[in-house]
Design a protein. Structure first.
Length: 96
């Protein structure tokens, strides 16, 4: 698979992504896709951040998840829980 970039995700805001867990799949919704300041000239990609929401009352641990999306396909992503709001927990992935 090619290197993931912000433009892969920019058209997927408010869409569902499925993450594989031992007990089955869980749904994450992409709620934010933002560029980050460039860190190194000539890098393979520009850095960016993604924020996903999961509506489960359970907090999922910081770890690598096997995630899939109907347009993007399957990929591994390291998610870190960053906040909780009325709709669930928020998880961030940073690509640099």
């Amino acid at each position: 698979m090619e290197l993931l970039r912000l433009d892969h995700f920019a058209g997927c805001l408010n869409q569902s992504f499925r993450a594989a867990l031992n007990d089955g799949d869980i749904e994450f919704v992409l709620v934010e896709a933002q560029p980050l300041p460039a860190s190194m000239p000539g890098a393979a990609r520009d850095p960016f951040s993604l924020v996903f929401r999961n509506g489960s009352p359970l907090l999922f641990p910081q770890q690598i998840y096997r995630m899939s999306h109907e347009r993007i396909g399957a990929f591994d992503i390291f998610l870190v829980p960053i906040a909780r709001d009325r709709e669930g927990f928020l998880y961030q992935a940073v690509f640099n």
